[in-house]
Design a protein around this ligand. Structure first.
Ligand SMILES: C[S@@+](CC[C@H](N)C(=O)[O-])C[C@H]1O[C@@H](n2cnc3c(N)ncnc32)[C@H](O)[C@@H]1O
Length: 389
């Protein structure tokens, strides 16, 4: 038998198994049997619970948004409170508040310490200090508006809704328009248009930077250039651990303009600022390590291919390129890489989630001598691929 034939044989074996499995799982008689059988019951209950968590996910998200917007998380972060205290903070009528507290308790945002004395639940406590997650909860309102009719969103094509208007660089990029650094329609016409997304990225950056810094040792380098570095939040986190490292920031001119004062207030006036577009301009030389943090997934393949080539050209021999972002096909975090980013980037109008293997292939095509993945503690937040020129 030829290799092609045995491959086909394996596929049909897999297809036969999947069909048989699905027929069994779809059968109400089997479902009843699994629930009653002492050996299958745990697995059956687990799958039933996870299915209902997906079905009710929207309600959970809305309860979370309401708990944050009503000020419950902020108030309880300061200490225990009675229902009456929380009514005063939230402005909600008692019955409505009790209903919201019940929902927030069910998703572990709050809990009762004793009769009518509320404290944060385990999830609520972790959330209360996570500025990045809080900023995302607020930001998601526009994404979820775009998702109100998901089929319409998919039929309408990429970048047709509110999210695309938020990411001012994305819609034109997704339509393959030849945007330039001084094209106001794409750049958004000044700091006003890029400030909201830059602030959102800065708020959520520390959790990403922590993963990268724990996984990668910058001590071997002299100069780091963060491409698409926004207001410099990643560089600030790196500088906190490696104060001697020289730094460069490359981003769109309007973003770099906004970074200047923010870097100065963080004592980082020495960061060299470069305004430009990596779609049109070469990357500055002089760094022996370049980082692309949450950049590549925003762009279509042609742009990423060209960007990796530019990074290769800007690095000296032995120089390194780091790609850090949540990726597709991440075991245990498929919901983040594939479901969330898949639909998010569609709504945004540009890019796609890629696997680590996709990046290794793109890096080899761009001329890098070696590339490998370096494990991070929380791959859901970011994975890390390191290439050497
Ligand atoms: C998703 S944000 C990530 C920001 C930052 N790296 C982080 O992780 O917080 C993408 C960044 O890429 C920048 N960007 C987008 N297109 C660009 C281009 N053509 N040239 C330079 N920067 C660009 C944006 O201005 C923005 O700061």
């Amino acid at each position: 038998m030829t290799t092609g034939g045995s491959e086909k044989g394996r596929q049909s074996l897999r297809l036969r198994w999947l069909n048989a499995r699905n027929r069994m799982l779809a059968s109400p008689a089997f479902q009843r049997f699994a629930m009653r059988n002492i050996f299958f019951r745990r697995t059956a209950r687990y799958h039933a619970n996870s299915m209902f968590a997906v079905i009710t996910g929207f309600v959970q998200t809305k309860a979370l948004t309401a708990a944050v917007d009503a000020g419950l998380i902020r108030r309880l972060a300061q200490g225990p409170a009675t229902t009456a205290d929380l009514a005063a903070v939230s402005g909600l009528e008692l019955k409505a508040l009790q209903r919201l507290l019940g929902a927030a308790k069910a998703i572990d945002l709050v809990e009762l310490a004793e009769d009518d004395l509320w404290v944060l639940g385990q999830r609520g406590a972790a959330l209360s200090t996570n500025q990045g997650a809080l900023a995302m909860i607020e930001h998601h309102k526009i994404f979820y508006d775009d998702l109100a009719d998901p089929i319409a969103m998919l039929k309408g094509g990429r970048g047709q809704g509110k999210l695309a208007a938020f990411w001012t660089y994305a819609p034109a990029a997704g339509q393959g328009q030849p945007a330039t650094a001084d094209d106001a329609s794409w750049q958004g016409g000044g700091d006003g248009a890029v400030a909201p997304y830059s602030a959102l990225m800065a708020a959520s950056q520390p959790m990403v930077a922590e993963q990268v810094l724990d996984a990668y040792d910058f001590r071997r380098h002299q100069c780091l250039m963060d491409v698409g570095g926004g207001h410099g939040a990643f560089l600030a986190e790196v500088a906190g651990r490696h104060p001697g490292l020289a730094m460069k920031l490359f981003d769109l001119p309007a973003v770099v303009e906004g970074a200047k004062a923010r870097l100065a207030t963080r004592g980082l006036s020495h960061v060299a600022l470069h305004g430009g577009s990596f779609r049109d301009d070469p990357l500055p030389q002089g760094a022996d390590v370049i980082s692309l943090v949450r950049i590549c997934h925003d762009h279509d393949d042609a742009v990423v291919r060209a960007l990796l080539k530019k990074a290769h050209a800007a690095l000296p021999p032995g120089g390194r390129l780091l790609i850090a972002e949540p990726m597709a096909g991440t075991p245990g975090a498929e919901v983040m890489g594939d479901a969330y980013f898949g639909l998010y980037l569609w709504a945004m109008g540009s890019g796609r989630p890629r696997t680590a293997a996709d990046y290794l292939a793109l890096l080899a095509q761009a001329g890098f001598a070696t590339a490998r993945e370096v494990s991070t503690a929380l791959p859901m937040v970011t994975r890390l691929v390191v290439a050497e020129r």
